[in-house]
Write a protein that binds this ligand. Structure first.
Ligand code: NAD
Length: 417
């Protein structure tokens, strides 16, 4: 069983390399992390002590533009994970056709155990830690798991104090009042929804497929809401403790409100309440992992009954599980495509900050739809031509073929390969 995110990221590149004729030298160049910032940040706790936290910023490849990627606060963060996530960001930005490379940040911390003051001091300490390496034309961080607009506001404020001038384009995912973009909070979920619509169209499905969604954080909850509003039947929803299940369809709005108010799905009526892991085996047409990576692995992929998997989380299906599922005929819409909405609207936010001209939400949504639909169709076409006579070629490989070629072209033009 292989659950090392960095090894997974490498395996994914190698799987495509043969198909599109990349040399070993090109593969190594594509895998190389340009710069890894790592260290410990010190934070004063409420009882006056000082606590240290391990922190990273991985900058993978900036051949196509500044590094771009979120900052994750989680107890399970590892160096391998941060590096892998930065690599995935490079492919995602490339596939989206936006002018960025890949970056990612992480801190080993369980933010739920911190007071608001401690969380602010941690966020500010992290901003000071990465300040020499970021900037609107260098590396542009954003939120990821357990970080949000409030945290981005603290970080931008700390960064601007350090550089002694305003630079809103240095961090995206900011609240509107300090230069955020309309439509950013919903962007990844909405992008996932556009991907779902593009998938249904490409498959020429007559009936809307049913969905099982793992994780109801930012991404999972917006996605489920959009799908529900558009008439899709969401038959299972899960958080880290429970799965709620109703084969007739869940009232998503009510379930999310319940979870928001009570902090748990427990007690929600009209649904069966099952253990968290049960969501994987639900008999839905599409399984949508929207929580953390490696949700589907060698030891549990057999539970999947869905014909399609849409990766809204980053890296939720391990390469080992993917190989087996693809053999079985399951179509997996890869993370770099299905969840690109967040970084695309981050790009819009950055562009608005740089130009000083702010857009309406309807413009954001429309432009997002155009980028995602075009990325989806391009990847689908590439996949269709690559898989002729070779059933083992996954949809991910089609998406990767486009993304890797574009990065390689930029590297060659810059004389880096
Ligand atoms: P979040 O912190 O808002 O939500 C994560 C959710 O996952 C939480 O609700 C948590 O309860 C749930 N969870 C954790 N373990 C679980 C488990 N075992 N089973 C079911 N649920 C579980 O984070 P998010 O921003 O929604 O990000 C989710 C995923 O999407 C991550 O992989 C992230 O990297 C990816 N992503 C996020 C964005 C974005 O814009 N926020 C963009 C691209 C990709």
């Amino acid at each position: 069983m292989q659950n090392d995110p960095l090894k997974n990221a490498e395996a994914q590149i190698r799987a495509v390399a043969g198909l599109i004729g990349l040399s070993e030298r090109e593969v190594k160049a594509l895998l190389k992390i340009d710069n890894l910032v790592k260290g410990e940040i010190s934070v004063k706790t409420d009882d006056g002590k000082v606590k240290k936290f391990k922190a990273w910023r991985s900058q993978h490849n900036d051949a196509r533009g500044p590094y771009k990627g979120g900052i994750r606060f989680h107890a399970g963060v590892t160096e391998s994970e941060v590096k892998a996530l930065s690599i995935w960001m490079t492919w995602k930005c490339s596939l989206a056709g936006i002018p960025f490379g890949g970056g990612k940040g992480g801190v080993i911390v369980d933010p739920k155990k911190l007071s608001v003051g401690e969380l602010e001091r941690l966020s500010r300490a992290y901003a000071r830690f990465i300040a020499p390496y970021i900037g609107e034309h260098k590396d542009v961080p954003a939120p990821d798991v357990n970080t949000d607009g409030t945290i981005m506001a603290w970080m931008l404020d700390e960064y601007e104090k350090k550089i002694k001038h305003g630079e809103p384009g240095a961090i995206t995912g900011k609240p509107l009042a300090i230069g955020g973009s309309k439509g950013r909070p919903a962007a990844t979920g909405l992008g996932g929804f556009y991907t779902l619509e593009a998938l249904v169209k490409s498959l020429k499905l007559k009936k809307k497929p049913s969905l099982a969604v793992q994780g109801v954080g930012n991404v999972g909850s917006y996605f489920s809401g959009f799908a529900y509003d558009a008439g899709y039947k969401v038959i299972a929803l899960s958080d880290s403790r429970h799965t709620i299940f109703n084969p007739e369809g869940i009232n998503v709005k009510k379930a999310l409100l319940w979870k928001k108010e009570k902090g748990t799905f427990e007690g929600f009526t009209g649904c069966k309440v099952l253990p968290a892991e049960a969501v994987i085996g639900v008999d839905a047409d599409i399984f949508v992992p929207a929580a953390l990576e490696n949700a589907v692995r060698g030891d549990n992929y057999k539970e999947i009954k869905a014909k399609y998997v849409m990766e809204l989380a980053n890296g939720p299906v391990s390469p080992e599980a993917e190989e087996k599922l693809v053999e079985k005929g399951v179509i997996i819409v890869p993370d770099i495509l299905a969840n690109m909405g967040g970084v695309v609207v981050s790009y819009f936010e950055w562009a608005q900050n740089l130009s000083g001209y702010y857009w309406e939400e309807s413009d954001v949504k429309k432009k997002l739809g155009v980028i995602i639909t075009s990325a989806f169709n391009g990847a689908w076409e590439e996949w269709s031509s690559l898989k002729k006579g070779n059933k083992k070629v996954s949809f991910r490989m089609g998406a990767y073929a486009i993304a890797l070629r574009r990065v390689l072209e930029a590297m060659k033009l810059r004389g880096r390969v």
